[in-house]
Ligand binder design. Sequence first.
Ligand SMILES: Nc1nc2c(ncn2[C@@H]2O[C@H](COP(=O)(O)OP(=O)(O)O)[C@@H](O)[C@H]2O)c(=O)[nH]1
Ligand SMILES: [Mg+2]
Ligand SMILES: [Zn+2]
Length: 296
Amino acid sequence: MENKEQNGMIVQSISGFYYVEAADSVIYECRAKGSFRKEKLSPVTGDGVTFVPDGDKGFITKVEPRKNLFVRPPVANIDRLFIVSSVDRPKPNLFVIDKLTAFCFYRGVEPVVVFSKADLGDADSFVSIYRQAGIDAFACSAVCGEGLAPFAERIEGKLCAFTGNSGVGKSSILNALIPSLSLPTNEISDKLGRGRHTTRSVSLYPYAGGYVADTPGFSSFEFENGREKIEKSALADCFPEFAPFAGRCRFSPSCAHRNDRGCAVREAVSSGKIPEERYRSYCRMHDEVKDLPEWK
Ligand SMILES: Nc1nc2c(ncn2[C@@H]2O[C@H](COP(=O)(O)OP(=O)(O)O)[C@@H](O)[C@H]2O)c(=O)[nH]1
Ligand SMILES: [Mg+2]
Ligand SMILES: [Zn+2]
């Protein structure tokens, strides 16, 4: 008798084996259809799939269209990315945060800016920059166990991942949320790990009615090897706080919000309606792409 196809999601992938969680939460160890290789389609963790179960094993027959796909780590369909920076040790680099939030908007991922180690300094001034920009942000301390509740609210019903430099406290936060993970903390360098692990798997852990991606062997979440650029015509849209003003520039919609006369975005920066730090990051990112051709 032929088994009926089912839908599921890949929650872990290890060298050609895909662990697919079906609607009833049962996990099937699946292989992929041989023709995927010809089609250069490689299923990844986070993929929604159709599969044919066979006992506790199975066969993936179809990969659903992806909302987004990340190369390093290989994971698809991320809803939310927690961008973690510590208020101290190490100090936050706002440009890096702004670049990551911009890429999130570019790729349809909701960014959440988290200021960790709030016990070490003033997190509020950082948090307020992002809140003013209309970006979700909060502070926490894994050591004190404070400010961790917002994670559960944001993970519910979503597929989430963490990114941030080594040492900012990502593993400490994940351990505080999911004690059974027991991730090693204070690893000297995740870069060393890269060489050692030949297979880098991504696992999704159920938490608070959603999933959190654990990405061992990756120092942080990278968008296309970290080299990809946002096209200049799309860049301003990746700064949500520009939206109420961008349409009012004299040379809208072609205004690049740099030197153009009658630029409503620049006026909003002058009057404090757009955080200056954010506008500076926009200019730095714009400098990187302004002379590139628009095709790509
Ligand atoms: N003071 C303080 N230290 C922390 C906090 N969270 C993590 N740390 C310390 O920061 C170091 C790096 O933490 P870890 O979780 O390994 O960071 P990761 O590299 O981002 O995974 C460790 O020594 C932790 O004990 C915190 O909330 N407050
Ligand atoms: Mg870590
Ligand atoms: Zn403008």
